[in-house]
Every structure is written in C-alpha cells, then in structure tokens.
Design a protein around this ligand. Structure first.
Ligand SMILES: *Cc1c(COP(=O)(O)O)cnc(C)c1O
Length: 376
C-alpha cells in the first residue's frame, strides 16, 4: 500500500494526465494567460452544470466572499451573520471590510448554521447572512431563505466545500449548493471537490445586474477599460487553471460519486463502534463529502491522532479553534460569545482521509486503526 494522504491529487492527476498536459500546453502556445478562451468556456460550463445564470470566476474563494460582500453596498459596522464553526475565510472577509461578524451556533448533526439561532441573532443592523455548506453537507437553505426573505436580507452561500452537493426542497425540486441564495461563492483550491492546480474561485448568481457588478468589482470597478466606476480589486482566474478546471468539471460527478461511495464504506466499517459517530446526512441533501468527519465520544482525540500517525495515517482537525475564539476577532467581542455546540464539536471532530481515489484496502486499514484505538 502506498503512502496514505488526506487528499490524493497525484493519482487523480495520473488518470487525466494526457488531457491536462495537452490543455496546459495549448494555453502556453496561445500565450493568452489572462482571460484566455478557457476562462469563458469554464464559466459557461460551470453555470450549466449548476443550473445558475451567471458564473463569475475570480482568484480564490476568499476573494469570492469578499467581492460578494462588497457588492452589497454595506456600511462600516453593519452586521453579517456567519457560523463560528467554519474556515477562517468566511468570517475574516467580514472584518476586513469593516463590517461586524456576528457568530451563530450550528446544528450538532449537520455542522451547519442553526436556523433558529440565526433568527434570534438578527438585529436592525443585520445586513447579510452567510451560511456555509460545511464538509460537503448543505446548510438548511429552505429555513435560512425563509428567514432571509422575512427580514429582507441577502444570503451569500459559502459553498467552497460543497461543489456539486444537491439541496432537495420538500416538493422534490433540486438545486445545487451555492445557487439558492443571492450570491454563491466557491474555491477551486486543489483539495476542494472541484480543485485546480493552484488558486481559483468563483461567484454564482441568477441576478443580471448583480452579475455585472460582481464582474466589475473583480476587475478594478471597470466595465469599459480605464473607466473605473466602483472601488474594486484585481481578482482573476488564470487561463491555465480554467483549462484544467474544464477537464476536472467533466469528471466532477465521478469524483463526487467516488467520495460518496468512500463515505458509505467508512460508515459500514464504523457501524458497530458505539463511541464513534459517523457523519449525519440530512434527507434534504446529497452530501458530497469534502471531508469525512467523525465525532469521538469519550475518546482521547490527541491520542487518536498520534495513534493514526504512528500507523502512517494522516488525520486533521477541521478546525481546532472556532472563529469566536480566534484572537483575530477579539475586537469584535469574539470571546464574549457562548456557543456551546460549536465548542463541543470543536473538541470532538476528527477528519479522516477522503478523496476520489481511496481504495477499500486503504479504508479498511484506516478504520481498523481508528477502531483499535477507540476500543482501548
Ligand atoms: C477553502 C475555503 C474558503 C476559501 O477558499 P480559498 O480559495 O482558499 O481562498 C472559504 N470558505 C471555506 C468554507 C473553505 O473551505
């Protein structure tokens, strides 16, 4: 058995190597490194895959979130509600724009924003809601959208970890994560479900005027070259990355199916283990398992990490410190928050290797090591 990795990008690359190498060489030959044809092609293909009107590519997922918030014309101090249990980018951009992050609790099963707590956190200064589809599990969008509509608030979906996840409404209609709110934001960081070979990101919207504005903000606020109507930034997806993403997008369903199958296998392997809780999958979503995250009950987590490492098995804690306990947010009253579910989850979670190339043999080896320690 070869070295076990959290994400095996190399084996995945080998399977599409000829196609990718050719696409990269084509870009080199064209020398259209910025805004070359593959960028527009990718935006169009992704829009079609997602069933959304506009895809606006940008430089990374953090920029996507920042540009989305910039498009809302918020004022310093306006409140933006996000979960505390998320990757730092979601909350950081709020503070960066001199807005006030307001952290809400998550559901202990889905790891996503708890709609009841969301409604309780809304004040007259609340100007936006940013749910995160964490680990590949969709946030409860029906409830979140209802609350947003009631209070007339825009919803920015952080779907960096849930590319391709489905949301299923009670009437059976399906929507892709990231396409239900006002703007969806994603990342093409290499390890994401749809990752490129460097940095990349995109925003999605069905609103024509907003799409125009997002495009302008990502391009120094200009629509006509050298005429700058808005204060913007410089955030582009490289042509080489777009060319690679065109190939990876065609394989996304295969990759996600492989992740789901690997999650099913892990679930079966851990089924009999009482002190290990496998990931919950709400009926309203097709979870795409960006992460396969266990909750340990009464098991020494550091000991588990070390035990696995001693057997050559990597594991990760996503994330060891929630936003409200980060020094970064001291000035925003972070430590004053009481988010017991977030703190509880933070101390229980452990993510195992998860990617499109896992073999049954590797998964059995990993599960045996996990169970061996959990049974001590
Ligand atoms: C990866 C990620 C981001 C940021 O994406 P980058 O491309 O690294 O800037 C934002 N939010 C979440 C939830 C992520 O997982």
């Amino acid at each position: 058995m070869s070295t076990i990795q959290m994400v095996d990008l190399h084996t995945q690359y080998k399977k599409i190597k000829d196609e990718v190498d050719r696409a990269v060489i084509d870009v080199l030959e064209s020398s259209a490194f910025i805004n070359g044809k593959p960028v527009a092609e990718f935006a169009q293909s992704l829009a079609q895959y997602l069933g959304v009107k506009h895809v606006i590519p940008c430089a990374n997922g953090t920029d996507a979130l920042q540009i989305a918030l910039m498009s809302l014309d918020l004022q310093p101090g306006d409140e933006v509600i996000t979960p505390s249990f998320t990757y730092v980018a979601t909350t950081e951009v709020v503070a960066l724009l001199r807005l006030k992050p307001v952290f809400v609790e998550v559901d202990p099963r889905t790891f996503c924003m708890d709609p009841e707590r969301l409604e309780a956190a809304i004040t007259p200064r609340t100007k936006a809601i940013v749910p995160v589809h964490l680990y590949g599990h969709a946030a409860p969008m029906k409830e979140i959208l209802e609350i947003a509509a009631k209070h007339n608030l825009p919803v920015i979906e952080d779907t960096a970890q849930a590319m391709g996840a489905d949301y299923i409404f009670p009437d059976g209609t399906k929507a892709k994560a990231g396409t239900m709110g006002t703007i969806g934001c994603t990342s093409f960081f290499p390890s994401k479900n749809l990752g490129c070979y460097g940095d990349g990101g995109a925003m999605f919207t069905n609103d024509d005027a907003l799409a125009d504005k997002l495009r302008m903000i990502a391009n120094h606020g200009q629509k006509v070259r050298y005429y700058h109507d808005l204060v913007g930034c410089n955030s582009r997806l490289d042509t080489i990355q777009a060319a690679i993403l065109n190939i990876k997008l065609r394989n996304l369903e295969t990759y996600n199916a492989a992740r789901i199958a690997a999650a099913d296998t892990y679930d079966k392997l851990f089924a009999a283990q009482g002190n290990i809780q496998t990931p919950y999958r709400a009926e309203y979503t097709r979870h795409v398992f960006h992460q396969y995250t266990l909750q340990l009950e009464g098991v020494d987590r550091d000991g588990m990490v070390n035990h696995l490492a001693s057997k050559g098995i990597p594991s990760m804690i996503y994330y060891p410190v929630p936003a409200h306990r980060q020094k970064m947010f001291d000035a925003f009253g972070g430590s004053g928050y009481e988010l017991p579910v977030t703190d509880w989850l933070t101390n229980r979670v452990i993510s195992l290797p998860m990617h499109s190339e896992l073999t049954l043999e590797t998964q059995q080896y990993i599960a045996n090591a996990v169970i061996e320690f959990a049974q001590q």
